[in-house]
Design a protein around this ligand. Structure first.
Ligand code: SAH
Length: 234
């Protein structure tokens, strides 16, 4: 099972052409994502400009940090492609001060972008089932200077009841169906994003009514994610 394979080596600080080289590559990537119409909100664009994706990658993948591709991070898992992180951030309508739950911390990169977009007054709780990835993600986030993400080890398919309710919840792996605890743990007026399907899946957005009485659901298009495991996963 690929899940249990050896990790890729952690990133080496020496490669990549220096800080200004990385900054220029990051700015080019953001420009492309804006041109493609994927990024439009000021706070999300600023988040993409400020978070160094190279710090969230293993050494062997670092040179590819600013290609718009998912990349392996060890244990059979992947860091999402920047455009997918952007699509999800925009679809969540992130705002300063929100309390957000991420399921599937992986490298910690998507959590870092979300945390930067909700600002210091907001908090991101990110659940990761793989203990070594959870530890590596916490180290990556510290290296990147992101202080408002709390990485929690466990089965995120059940949400994170002890910190609920959340303004926003999103899942970065494909679920067989929308996990009911995630809907329950959403605040009235909150938004939940879940890729539903088997690897090739559809991004589903659920909005909870302001009075908390019901939900509306819409399909935002096709996507590809590694599978959600656990109680409500595959
Ligand atoms: N957001 C990540 C992408 C992670 S890939 C990033 O930016 O790098 C999906 C992650 O979901 C993997 O790390 C996998 O271990 C994790 N995962 C799968 N099922 C899970 C579950 N039930 N609970 C928590 N994490 C889960």
């Amino acid at each position: 099972m690929r899940d249990e394979e050896e990790p890729l080596k952690p990133e080496s600080p020496k490669r990549g052409g220096g800080e200004s080289g990385w900054r220029a590559k990051r700015a080019n990537m953001v420009e492309r994502l804006v041109d493609e119409g994927i990024l439009s909100s000021r706070s999300i664009i600023e988040a993409f400009l400020s978070v160094p994706r190279e710090l969230f990658l293993p050494a062997a993948m670092r040179a590819h940090a600013y290609e718009d591709e998912p990349l392996p991070i060890g244990y059979g898992q992947t860091i999402s492609a920047p455009h997918m992180v952007g699509i999800m951030c925009e679809a969540l309508e992130l705002q300063g001060g929100q309390k957000v739950l991420e399921i599937g911390c992986g490298s910690g990169y998507h959590a870092a972008i979300t945390a930067s977009a909700v600002g210091g007054g907001g908090t991101v709780f990110s659940v990761e089932r793989h203990n070594r990835l959870a530890r590596a993600a916490a180290a990556n986030l510290a290296k990147a200077g992101i202080a408002n993400v709390r990485v929690v080890e466990g089965d995120g398919s059940c949400g994170l009841a002890k910190e609920a309710p959340f303004d926003r919840i999103y899942v970065t792996c494909a679920a067989p169906r929308v996990p009911p605890p995630l809907v329950e743990q959403l605040k009235p007026g909150g938004i939940l994003l879940v890729p539903v399907g088997n690897i090739f899946c559809e991004l589903v957005r659920i909005k909870k009514d302001e009075n908390g009485g019901g939900c509306s659901s819409e399909r935002l298009g096709g996507c590809a994610f590694v599978p959600l495991r656990g109680k409500y996963g595959f």
